[in-house]
Design a protein around this ligand. Sequence first.
Ligand code: FVH
Length: 288
Amino acid sequence: MSRISVLGLGAMGTALAATLVRKGHSVTVWNRTQSRAKPLVSAGAMIAATPAEAVAASELTILCVVDYAAAGAVLAEAQDALRGRDLVNLTNGTPREAKDLADWAETKGAAYLDGGIMAIPPMIGDRGALILYSGSNALFERHKPSLDALAESRHLGEDPSLAALYDLALLSGMYGLFSGFLHAGALVASSGGKVTDFLPLLLPWITAMSGTLPDLANKVDSGLHDRSVVSNLAMQRVALENIARASREQGIAPDFIEPMLRLATRRIAEGHGSDDISGVIETIRRQT
Ligand code: FVH
């Protein structure tokens, strides 16, 4: 069993620390608002007075705060204790933020691993939770048994920015799903329908449409958006336009669907109306 420090005891940091305590590790915790540590101390964790004290207490420190500004503030207080230590940062941020923090940690003599948590707090320590890592593979291998106590652990490579990139890509998929669900629900509710009654229609539909993703992924990777097209983009643009118009008619905001409508319109204007919808990625990739 290892000595592990956890900095940041919000909903996620608390779940991480509680799981490590439950699985028999020797855990030291620190949080800006100290009172949040009380339940963990009752469960067997030790409390540190400062971030530096917490880092000094363990070979491995796990940091999980709200954002990189907070992460930077916490680590600035611990910088003198970092030399020779292993730092795992599970704070959500951008690939660039992860790379910058990895560079900073190196200047302080710490090994650095970045991570993206693909789970909500109650899932930590249970099957179904996944944490993506990137950065020092040596650190990852040293602490894999401890990291595996939190979730399935997957190391994506030595580039510290990869975990943040893949984390945000997976979240993009999730927010697309949630946005679609909320817009569909608003349409149904606009005529008095209940979203709970609508779910038995929506769930199989989404499942069926998910089945088209391998074909679309092949088209994206090959760049061949005009092969074996079943539902061409020009036809799909009409449906998108209809959703936007119907939303206005029903008195609900078209804000979810309009960005996709704009992208499809631009792609068609560039001469790709007979391609598959996968081709819209070429417009997204160009940013403007
Ligand atoms: N909760 C979730 O569902 C998601 C699941 C996927 C991963 N995320 C990421 O995990 C990070 C932490 O999220 P969280 O859920 O623990 O967030 P909160 O409960 O809001 O706790 C925030 C902690 O951050 C501390 N903090 C904020 N600002 C500062 C600061 N300037 N200096 C030091 N610490 C700071 C805060 O401390 P306090 O307010 O209690 O004093 C909490 O410990 C996050 O990146 C998610 O995206 C969670």
